[in-house]
Design a binder for this molecule. Structure first.
Ligand code: GLN
Length: 487
């Protein structure tokens, strides 16, 4: 990496603010790196080079003119292609949005830009964020920077690979059932899914509206905290966004540099069986490191978590089948089979959607259909409540709950595509936080067979601060996050 692309987001903001380096130079260095290496990785679907340089120059001009620099001054960011940016294409990894350029910008993106960040481009993803490997992208696979014959995870695989490979110090992803945390784990970076409602979903293409959340990926917890601070906040344009106080997560980190008294719950019973041995070894060591940093480990029970996958794949597909009804070829995107209206709907959707999206729409329509609604959808909602209560009960005895982020490290292309159920089962540790609406953080905790392993910490609603403090404390006593892929 050239030296500017090795810097953390925090360090870039510091140097750009001090005018030791210009935002334009930083943007150029990252665009050069993308040009040099992304052909082999496929992290980006669209690189917005000219726009990035214009925005960077604007940041530099602002710094020359004003007294206090913005918190993300000159920090390049990569944006998952599920978030709209006015004038740039949004594909969501799908053919059905062919030619679509939104006339507005997602609040999450405009908040970052208002904080001085510079958008580099849009990153690859599983179509409509459905998947755990980025293999469902309609355009190209993204390769894992640590092992190019393996997936980067998904659905925010492009964002995770971009950050891991030094093409951007930070990125945005979306997480409906693990899509920020799991690719972060498989690519050896940090990812945060905030509490449901913390970050505005305005301008985020909807997958499952009661689960979707936008969040940051970066190489350190400190950087994730810094981006999260800019991201979080109430937005009148998203009715589900919460009126939470703005929090300076990064400033709160030092207070927790050691974590005396932090109670880390471990759901041992839930972890028994099905977890890769190398992942379990790295996880066990991470718990020891947390203990050495002053944390207390407690055993917690989450009895309904074995039902989380079934519950998630009912709720998420039901909501998706309804959200995706809007892609009909009438107002935007692809239009096929013109002439007869019904034929146009049918042909547009048949040609525009990939296999996994069709599978979800069929499944979701089935669980919502009369006669099956009570047996599947309604029952899933009840189990969802039980899962939320499991967490409430557990958090009486601990402050955060630790699990591996993914039961397996990065798998090979094609390994799980033939059997969708195998792909779904790998989401076992991430979907519970979405069902309960609580925040989850994934951070690197070692390697198995040369592949990164992720530690997941989940916390109480709106208590991202504790998660980030615990994660930062872990990173001050370990160095897994400093390892870089051989590129
Ligand atoms: N892998 C999960 C799914 O396929 C989660 C996806 C996500 O979080 N967007 O639905």
């Amino acid at each position: 990496m050239s030296s500017l692309t090795e810097l953390s987001a925090s360090e870039i903001a510091r140097r750009v603010s001090a005018r030791e380096v210009s935002a334009e130079e930083v943007a150029r260095a990252h665009l050069d790196r993308i040009a040099a290496i992304d052909g082999a990785l496929g992290a980006f679907l669209h690189v917005a080079g000219e726009r990035a340089l214009t925005m960077a120059r604007r940041v530099d001009a602002g710094l020359a003119a004003r007294a206090s620099p913005p918190p993300l001054a000159g920090v390049p960011v990569a944006i998952k292609d599920v978030l709209d940016i006015e004038g740039l294409p949004t594909t969501c990894g799908s053919r059905i949005l062919d030619g679509y350029r939104p006339p507005f910008t997602a609040t999450a993106v405009s908040r970052l830009e208002a904080a001085g960040a510079v958008v580099l481009g849009k990153t690859n993803m599983d179509e409509f964020a459905m998947g755990s490997s980025t293999e469902n992208s309609a355009f190209r696979p993204t390769r894992n920077p640590w092992a190019r014959d393996r997936v980067p995870g998904g659905s925010s695989g492009g964002s995770a690979a971009a950050v891991a490979a030094g093409m951007a110090p930070a990125a945005l992803g979306s997480d409906t059932g693990g899509s920020i945390r799991q690719p972060a784990a498989l690519c050896g970076v940090v990812g945060l899914k905030p509490t449901y409602g913390r970050v505005s979903r305005y301008g985020l293409v909807a997958f499952a509206s009661s689960l979707d959340q936008v969040g940051p990926l970066a190489r350190t917890v400190e950087d994730v905290a810094r981006v999260a601070a800019a991201l979080c906040g109430w937005d009148p344009r998203d009715a589900t966004s919460a009126k939470s106080e703005p929090t300076d997560f990064a400033a709160g980190l030092e207070a927790g540099a050691a974590s005396p008294g932090l109670r880390v719950g471990v759901p041992w019973r839930f972890l028994a069986g099905g977890v890769d041995e190398g992942v379990m070894t790295a996880f066990g060591r991470a718990l020891e490191d947390l203990r050495a940093a002053g944390a207390e480990l407690v055993d917690v029970d989450l009895p309904h978590l074995p039902y989380a996958i079934a519950t998630y794949y009912i709720v998420a597909t039901a909501e998706a089948s309804s959200n995706l009804a809007r892609y009909d070829g009438v107002r935007y995107g692809l239009r096929a089979g013109a002439g007869d209206l019904r034929r146009m709907y049918g042909e547009t959707r048949d040609r525009g959607f990939g296999l996994e999206v069709k599978r979800r729409i069929v499944l979701g329509t089935f669980v919502l259909s009369s006669g099956y609604y009570d047996a599947y959808y309604l029952r899933a909602q009840k189990v969802r409540t039980l899962i939320r209560r499991d967490f409430e009960r557990a958090f009486a005895a601990c402050d955060v709950i630790a699990t591996p982020t993914s039961p397996v490290p990065a798998f090979r292309f094609g390994e799980k595509t033939a059997d969708p159920l195998q792909m779904y089962l790998a989401d076992i540790f991430t979907v519970p936080a979405n069902l309960a609406g609580i925040p989850g953080l994934s951070l690197p905790c070692g390697f198995t067979q040369g592949l990164p392993v992720g530690l997941q910490l989940v916390g109480r609603p709106f208590d991202e601060a504790t998660l980030l403090r615990a994660g930062h404390a872990y990173q001050t006593v370990t160095s897994h996050h400093r390892a870089r892929p051989p590129l």
